[in-house]
Structures are given as C-alpha cells and as structure tokens.
Design a protein around this ligand. Structure first.
Ligand SMILES: *[C@@H]1O[C@H](CO)[C@@H](O)[C@H](O)[C@H]1NC(C)=O
Length: 169
C-alpha cells in the first residue's frame, strides 16, 4: 500500500462522519418580491419611519386583501413595530386556525392613531415546522381596521450528509 492510501484508510478509521442540519435565517423586507400583495392596489407603503424594518411597512384596510409568502423551511417569524393604540393583524399559516396578532404597545399610554412607538421586532412566530413548503397569509381580521406587513424571517434548513465532526489527534 502506498502512503496516500494508508493515510486515507487512517482518516476513515479515525474520523467520525456525521450528517448534520444547517439552519440559515432569511429576512425579507415588506418590499421583497417574494411577498405577493393581492390586490396590489389595496396595499400602500407607509411613509418612512426609522422604527420600521428597512424604513417602511405595507398597510391595507381592505378586508379582502392578502399578503402571501410561500417558503420552504422550519420556522417563520413576523416582525412589526408597535403602536400606542389597539391594532391587530390576522396571520394564517397553512391550514392552521388564523391568529389575531396584537401590534399594540402596552408600555405606552393610548394615543389613538398615534405614530408607532416601538421598533420592529418579532411579534409572532411558528417554529419546529416540517421542512416543507408553507404558505403564510397576512390579512385584516374580522372587524379589525388594518393589516400590516413589515418584515418576515424564515429559517431554511440544509441537510449536509457527510461532515467530519470529530477526528482523533
Ligand atoms: C434566526 O432568527 C431567530 C429569530 O430572530 C433567532 O432566534 C435565531 O437565533 C436566528 N438563528 C440564526 C441561525 O441566526
């Protein structure tokens, strides 16, 4: 046996091969073309505000309007600033029951229709999902005023079948 072959056999004997999952976060601004606004004319971009993720958010008051993201991954996070009055957005993931998410800033006195008071942050999430295609729909809740889209973060998972996790010295 030549030296390279011996070295190769030694490495195979001495190293543990493993399969691992690697997660990566993908963050989308409301202006990302992956987010489909329907009908587009029902949605308007807010004026610029530093408390928004990437400076703006999208807004609708049309009870039949939707914003849809289709993604393949294991988690999804909805980011939004908070306002000093009652304001909710409806979020529906796949065929799960819709969730009405509050965007009210409870640390502020109520100022009806006042400007946002807290910077964009995760206000709703779904984790531990199967690593398959999912559909997230954002819309106006029944009897609510508006729906807001500011930032969406999803986690993609790569399966790496052969990774050296440990080699003896
Ligand atoms: C992905 O984002 C979530 C939510 O912000 C965070 O909890 C997590 O640590 C992030 N993961 C990575 C790999 O950056």
């Amino acid at each position: 046996m030549g030296t390279p072959t011996k070295l190769f056999l030694f490495l195979i004997w001495c190293c543990f091969l493993s399969a691992v999952n690697a997660d990566f976060n993908i963050t989308l601004d409301d202006s990302d073309p992956l987010i489909v606004y329907d009908p587009p004319t029902s949605w308007t971009q807010s004026s610029s505000n530093d408390l928004d993720f990437d400076g703006h958010h999208m807004l609708t008051d049309d009870p039949s309007a939707t914003a849809t993201l289709t993604f393949t991954g294991t988690a999804i996070y909805y980011l939004s600033p908070l306002w000093p009055y009652r304001l909710n957005t409806l979020i529906t993931l796949d065929d799960q029951p819709p969730v009405l998410v509050s965007l009210r800033d409870h640390n502020q006195p109520v100022v009806e229709n006042g400007p946002e008071t807290t910077a964009s942050q995760v206000v709703w999430s779904a984790t531990g999902l199967d690593n398959v295609e999912h559909t997230l729909v954002i819309s106006v809740g029944n009897g609510e005023d508006v729906a807001v889209v500011d930032g969406l973060l999803y986690v993609i998972r790569y399966f790496l079948p052969f990774v050296f996790i440990f080699c003896c010295p």
